[in-house]
Design a binder for this molecule. Structure first.
Ligand code: M6R
Length: 615
């Protein structure tokens, strides 16, 4: 979704803001803009397209010097992507300049009221309404910018992270957040503003994350004043030391972030269980679970809420929790759960899964579950994210920054955390023996090396990708623990190569999708030795006899599927409930190579955003 960047201090603002926008490209966007102010001249440029297009436009037309600047990548909500609707937006007087991530839901009545009062609008955006509302308050009330922003925001309904400055006060930027993330980097007499900390990592490791409902008046040479938008109370700034480093957010020699992140999975999974799984001692330590173990032990059921890939991880977890801990699990799309009238009991444990920790639907589902008395546990990757703060307790995945829009390492590390949780609960409930528990820990510990082995099929997968890159459709089949992996494989292909793909439980094929099978239809079948192997082999035979093309994901050394399939891709053997951590790898690589061969923008697929902060 939209990304915002700002700078105020002693440096030239333009390179800081421009590079910051490049770092936020992963969030997904369709247009971009920058405004720089040098105390007397405002220079700005806005364009539909990429940050690189903006850079060309800005540098060919404009002198970019100035020490206050704001920039924006826009993911269109109100108004089509075009130059006019791009941010920054300006008030009618031209004095106020704003960037905004989010949606002002009541923009229409506010706009009508402003039109009656003589305001005119150039764009179709809710943001231009907001900046004029702030100006109107300033004029009517005769207040400073900070106060005007506060009064205006109290009249809005919706979500926002904004940064606004007034040309009359070039040493000040006002920022505010509700429902969209906003981080402030604190330097020496300089401040950085961004949707996450990545744009300012090379300048400072100190950051303040605004909480929902807070605003800050940032002045160079002065301290930051943070207050609650609603009741005006002052908040002590909490400055955090950032753990991220620059290397983590750069491509490190890989052609795309997605490929880098696929290859990071052995380390990411290791980082996820490091310090939590003590194999020699035969124990798991997870503070979020252990400190709330009664909630888990007394839970009559677990409800998992998530979206997209995180929802698929939730489905894998459903199978694992039910298999190991014998507790009923329901997995819900957060967007459906929040809008129906679900039965939530105070003895339910709700697990919310989110890589970004900012997904609006997941956040709303959490709030609803909390209101109804449930204990809510978060599984997030981004440290300090909104969901990690909103939940009662949680466990981070420790995957490191995931920049590619298509989730890869987030998925496998989510499964890893959820597996640790299921194992811990199974042990505490007495549902598995000590020897099985130990055996499972040993096997889980071996998974990173097995992922490394699975990655060795990369070249072969690239050859298979070359054969199928022009297909129009693709089916993915799996059973049991690997049914969600089939869904995830199909999602990966859809989102980065725009090829229509469907994931199905293999046995469901004969209830409908089998009608699609002909010599034009590639079918990726997950057929590992463990888990309904013979049944999946029968499904493969059904496809074969209808001339479908079969790509089998099989256990090392498999012969049966090899005889039937057009291509096989091997993964190492493991215990059944851990197979998703391995079978996922070839599916990620297959989608990646097809998308690259089709010339698609792998890391920033069209229309998609990395964190979906609107409903
Ligand atoms: O940040 P979250 O895990 O909450 O995001 C949920 C989905 O938007 C996300 O998984 C999406 O489906 C990815 N693009 C999938 O690759």
């Amino acid at each position: 979704m939209c990304g915002i960047v700002g700078y105020i201090g002693h440096r030239e603002a333009y390179p800081v803001v421009l590079n910051g926008l490049k770092r936020l490209e992963y969030r997904g966007y369709d247009s971009a803009g920058i405004a720089i102010y040098d105390g007397s001249n405002l220079k700005f440029s806005k364009t539909k397209g990429k940050v690189a297009d903006l850079q060309l436009k800005m540098e060919s037309e404009i002198n970019t010097s100035g020490t206050i600047g704001i920039g924006h990548t826009r993911w269109a909500t109100h108004g089509v992507p075009n130059d006019v609707n791009s941010h920054p937006h300006f008030s009618n007087s031209g004095e106020l300049v704003i960037i905004h991530n989010g949606i002002i839901e009541n923009y229409d009545p506010l706009k009508k009221e402003l039109i009656k009062r003589g305001y005119t609008f150039k764009s179709d955006t809710d943001t231009e309404v907001l900046v004029n509302l702030i100006e109107d308050v300033q004029k009517k009330e005769g207040v400073k910018l900070g106060k005007a922003v506060q009064i205006a925001l109290n009249q809005t309904i919706g979500a926002y992270a904004i940064a606004v400055f007034d040309k009359k006060k070039p040493d000040e930027i006002v920022v505010a957040r509700l429902g969209s993330p906003l981080a402030i980097g604190v330097g020496e007499n300089e401040f950085f503003i961004a949707s996450d900390a990545s744009p300012f990592l090379e300048f400072t490791k100190e950051a303040i994350y605004l909480e929902d409902g807070e605003m800050a008046v940032i002045r160079t040479h002065k301290e930051i004043k943070i207050r609650k938008i609603h009741d005006d109370s002052l908040v002590d700034p909490y400055v955090q030391e950032l753990q991220m480093n620059l290397e983590q957010i750069e491509k490190g020699g890989y052609e795309h972030f997605m490929l880098k992140e696929i290859y990071e999975q052995p380390d990411a999974i290791r980082d996820t269980f490091r310090g939590r799984m003590l194999v020699n001692e035969g124990i798991i330590r997870m503070a979020g679970v252990d400190d709330n173990i009664d909630k888990f032990l007394n839970a009559k059921r677990i409800i998992i809420v998530a979206c997209g890939t995180s929802w698929h991880a939730g489905l894998v977890a459903e199978y694992i929790f039910e298999e190991l801990a014998r507790v009923p699990v329901e997995v819900e799309y957060a967007s459906e759960f929040r809008y129906r009238n679900p039965v939530i009991d105070k003895d339910d444990v709700v697990i919310a899964i989110s890589q970004s920790g900012e997904t609006a639907d997941t956040m709303a589902a959490i709030k609803m579950a909390k209101e109804q008395g449930a204990f809510v546990f978060g599984v997030c990757n981004v440290v300090g994210s909104s969901i990690s703060r909103e939940t009662h307790a949680g466990a981070y995945t420790h995957a490191g920054p995931e920049i590619g829009v298509a989730s890869t390492k987030a998925f496998t590390t989510q499964i890893t955390v959820l597996t640790l949780m299921a194992l811990q609960l199974a042990k505490r409930k007495g549902k598995i023996s000590t020897s099985d528990f130990h055996k499972y820990l040993v096997e889980l510990e071996s998974i990173p090396n097995k992922v490394t082995l699975a990655l060795k099929s990369n070249e072969h997968i690239e050859e298979v990708a070359a054969i199928y890159k022009n297909t129009k459709n693709c089916l993915y089949l799996g059973r049991g623990f690997n049914f969600p992996v089939a869904l995830e494989g199909a999602l990966k292909l859809k989102e980065i190569s725009y090829i229509h793909a469907e994931g199905y439980p293999a046995a469901e094929m004969k209830h409908g999708p089998i009608a699609l099978i002909d010599e034009e239809m590639p079918v990726v079948v997950i057929a590992t030795k463990k888990g309904h192997y013979e049944k999946v082999v029968s499904n493969i035979q059904e496809i074969k006899s209808r001339s479908g093309k079969i790509i089998g994901i099989v256990t090392e050394g498999d012969v049966d599927v090899r005889d039937l399939a057009d291509h096989v891709i091997e993964v190492p053997e493991t215990i059944e409930f851990l197979t998703p951590l391995l079978t996922t790898i070839p599916l990620q690589l297959l989608s990646y190579h097809i998308a690259v061969m089709l010339g698609k923008n792998v890391d920033q697929p069209r229309n998609l955003a990395k964190s979906v902060t609107v409903e």
